[in-house]
Design a protein around this ligand. Sequence first.
Ligand code: PLP
Length: 382
Amino acid sequence: MILEGGVYNLLSSTQGPRTKLATARLPVHGGNVWDATSEFSIRTGKLIDFSSNISPVGPPRKVLRTIKDNLWKLGYYPQVDSFNLRSLIAKKHKGLTSENVIVGNGSCELIYLFADVFAQKGTTALIPEPTFSEYESAVRRTGGKVRGVMPKDNFNLDVKAIMDLASDCNIVMICNPNNPTGTLIERRELLKIIDHAKDRDSWVLIDEAFMDFIGNQKDYSLAREVRRHNNLFVLRSLTKFYSLAGLRIGYGLGSSRIIEALHSAKVPWNVNCLAQVAAEAALKDPKHAARVREHLLKERSFMMRRLKTIPRLRVHDSKTNFILINTRETGLTGKQISERSLKRGMMIRDCSSFRGLDKFYIRISMKTRRQNMILLDFLRSL
Ligand SMILES: Cc1ncc(COP(=O)(O)O)c(C=O)c1O
């Protein structure tokens, strides 16, 4: 693979048969610490990563112990379809069975799998803007088209516009809470979209990668609704909330019809044996989950209060573990701020790659109090 200015060519023209090979833009994400600095700086905490939305509390101790205790399994193939973990996840979401659950090598794998199965040339996916870019990439890769929907004021989802436009679309993909805006929409609003889509034989993907950070999930999560709505696929991730981004683990919930279709299209052994047991241990640790939520509540309200005192930043309200900030009045673009922050040992997400945002946005995630104070000092100095 040749890396060239953000574009990768799968093969150079001198290699292999003379077939025209596809080239694709590399997607832009936060958290690319490995390209930013040395392993030493990362390990010793010299680099603080505010650009990816990973909990600073770290993985539960039990998870680390479980990984150690299960290293002996490395010489064996993992359960091919993660059956034990699927059964545990089904129990957690009460009323579901393992037939309603698929496990992925991170939830991102499942976004692509869903698009591979349900999108194709001639189909259109409706995607509110701005949001996580992988929905669009996954749909376009299948030859499907993408239609955007602009938000209402303060980046709130425009449910009416979505319902109007959904009539001509085969898939609707919504992130709740939404990355990068931090907005959250109530389940009864989403149910209107799902019912409307069902009448038109369309599929709905709701990405709840950040739902665990929300305290009163029952007003927002659609996890249990997959029993009643056979056009609904709900995604969850364990990589952010349990700080397991490097391990890669996420899951999807749907009717047995959807899950069977996804299982028949996925590669076998997609989730390694350490990720399977680590996820089981994490999901059995409600105390850790409460600690992460408590930490977030404290740090988010602290950061909100302090950020709002910095004159030229326009801070958007957030219901989750990251905050979107408009930097226009500073005269500095997200890119300039992110470059300056790197020189000070911090990574901040420049949001100019998000469709629907201009170049004057940054996104920061909540870290420890000490790290958050360092970030505040930097932002004050702009
Ligand atoms: C909204 C959203 N969904 C899914 C993912 C993918 O997460 P993972 O594959 O680590 O579960 C991300 C990662 O940033 C995200 O922001």
